[in-house]
Design a protein around this ligand. Structure first.
Ligand code: G3H
Length: 534
């Protein structure tokens, strides 16, 4: 078996990087500043052949900031919010929409650059990188549409028990947004965009991996939003996010990442009740394949669910329970399908690509060896093999509770399969799990499926029938129980998560009516208004 990694000259021209990307820029207080402190080197998961064998390509570096710069970003966001008196939190919704639309237009101009960096920084294949970018632009448009809808419903007065009221939503304050490395653009923006459009000011910290791809967007942020409304910080979480939380000035933390980081950051806020936590965390979604499942559909969805982007999705199927009566038939087809997956480089649109997390191949090898030591086998050819950052997809069977793969979230291309006889076994697994995001059920008997749906919706937040687990469509609620999430994100839910209901109320008297009438007719307030956004 030859090396999976290419020579430099095999990289197609459109995927070549424009040289070493030294990111010196960061955005604070509306200025793009130039960093002259320490830098962090960025290693691509992609190795290139050298005389010493394949070596991870160094693609650039980014500023390694610390507390001082984090607090400067905070001051800038606090100043722009100005206790709710700043231009951004008080400006009209149509005006905010204009800024967002301007940003979306500018964002589209750097699509190719960002897509290419997604491939190089996190090893996501071309098709999925393009989808991540386009889905993010769509998310902005959908958010604007949802806000218009929300605003239209609030553009009226309610008169109840002799009190006139107008109820709307207002911002929370400064929001700290942190996304994950597997969707560094999309999942950062699914919190950043709603937080901004609701009138909050924002500090955003890109994830540990997938940082340089935000650089082409800095200018777009600077040109599209007023001074201090968007600020960026780079560096280690404990050095930059810790001090931000400890300041007590962050009103909402949006973190899509690990429950470990969330626990640390939550505890650092001196008055946690003043901070809203919007968290998308760990998961170990199970697939339950019943004895009457359509095998072709089950195979297709379970391959996609467990191995798209190498299984590095929080929604990935991370353990498969298959009824023992069909286990052999299912596994035969499943292994065939896994062996057909294209392994290679992101620009080749390979389905299995190099992994960005340092030490990941060793970690996955450890999981597979532990399962083997407890009696499991690797079923597919090349399974368990790795080369540097590349780990071949690996189907492990039969898995049981003694193995780490049974309960640990592998977040990689290893698929543990468990055979079951009684449905109680996978159901109990879901109940006992620390996580509660989603589950998939494969079967054809409506009675059996219905009996599973009713208890399972009380254990997880989405039950998928004959379909893999997934976040989309983005208008659907995305959340979880236990260690999997806090708060709900969907296009419309996110608008609510990053705002609070505020109202103006007055006793129904002639004087009050004439005051309200004059304010509304003469457009004296952006909040107290019956303007209808078309
Ligand atoms: O990493 C978790 C993502 O939210 C998954 O999104 O299901 O659309 O891939 P997806």
């Amino acid at each position: 078996m030859g090396s999976i990694f290419p020579n430099e000259h095999m990289i197609p021209p459109q995927a070549k990087l424009q040289g070493f990307l030294r990111q010196t820029e960061y955005l604070i207080n509306g200025e793009i500043r130039s960093w002259d402190g320490p830098f962090q080197e960025v290693l691509s998961p992609i190795c290139l052949q050298t005389s010493e064998g394949p070596i991870q390509k160094v693609i650039g570096e980014y500023p390694l900031m610390a507390e001082k710069e984090a607090l400067e970003a905070l001051d800038s966001a606090v100043k722009a919010y100005n206790n709710g008196r700043g231009y951004w939190p008080t400006c009209s919704i149509p005006k905010r929409i204009e800024h967002l639309e301007q940003f979306a237009e500018k964002m589209k101009e750097v699509r190719e650059e960002v897509v290419n960096l997604l491939m190089w920084e996190i090893g996501k294949n071309l098709n999925d990188s393009q989808k991540e970018f386009d889905r993010t632009v769509d998310y902005i448009q959908d958010t604007i549409a949802a806000l218009k809808e929300l605003d239209r419903a609030s553009s009226k007065f309610t008169i109840e028990q002799g009190v006139i009221g107008q109820i709307r939503r207002s911002p929370l304050g400064v929001v700290l947004c942190m996304g994950p490395y597997n969707y560094p653009l999309n999942e950062t923006f699914t919190t950043l965009i709603p937080a901004l459009i609701m009138g909050n000011t924002v500090i955003f910290k890109p994830p540990k991996l997938g940082i340089l791809l935000h650089q082409p967007l800095l200018k777009a942020f600077q040109q599209s939003f007023p001074q201090g409304v968007v600020n960026t910080v780079y560096g280690r979480g404990e050095k930059v996010a810790g001090p931000l939380m400890a300041s007590g000035k962050v009103s909402a933390l949006a973190l899509i990442g690990s429950s470990r980081s969330a626990n640390i950051l939550q505890k650092q806020h001196p008055k946690p009740h003043r901070c809203r936590f919007v968290l998308g965390l760990d998961a170990k979604n199970a697939s339950i394949i019943l004895e009457d499942a359509d095998l072709d559909i089950a195979v297709k969805e379970n391959v996609l669910g467990s191995l798209s982007y190498n299984g590095q999705r929080c929604t990935a199927l991370k353990i498969l329970f298959v009824h023992s009566k069909i286990a052999d038939a299912f596994l035969k087809k499943f292994v065939e399908a896994v062996e057909k997956l294209k392994c290679g480089m992101p620009w080749e649109d390979a389905q299995i690509t190099p992994l960005p997390v340092p030490g990941k191949s060793d970690y996955l090898r450890g999981l597979v060896e532990d399962a083997q030591a407890h009696g499991a086998r690797v079923l597919n050819s090349h399974g368990g093999l790795s080369e540097k950052t590349f780990f071949y997809p690996t189907v492990v069977y039969p898995v049981n509770a003694k193995m780490r793969l049974y309960s640990e979230e592998q977040f990689g291309p290893v698929v543990p399969v468990v055979a079951f006889d009684k449905i109680e076994e996978p159901v109990q697994y879901v109940i006992d799990s620390n996580y509660g995001q989603q589950v998939s059920i494969f079967g054809s008997d409506p009675d059996v499926i219905a009996k599973l749906i009713d208890p399972l919706v009380n254990q997880v937040c989405r039950v998928n029938i004959n379909s893999q687990c997934q976040r989309g469509p983005d208008t659907f609620p995305f959340t979880g129980r236990k260690d999997s999430a806090e708060g709900t994100l969907s296009v419309s839910d996110a608008l609510k998560v990053f705002s609070i209901r505020s109202l103006v109320a007055a006793k129904d008297t002639d004087t009050n009516k004439s005051i309200i009438d004059e304010i509304v007719k003469e457009h004296k307030s952006n909040f107290l208004s019956t303007d209808y956004i078309f």
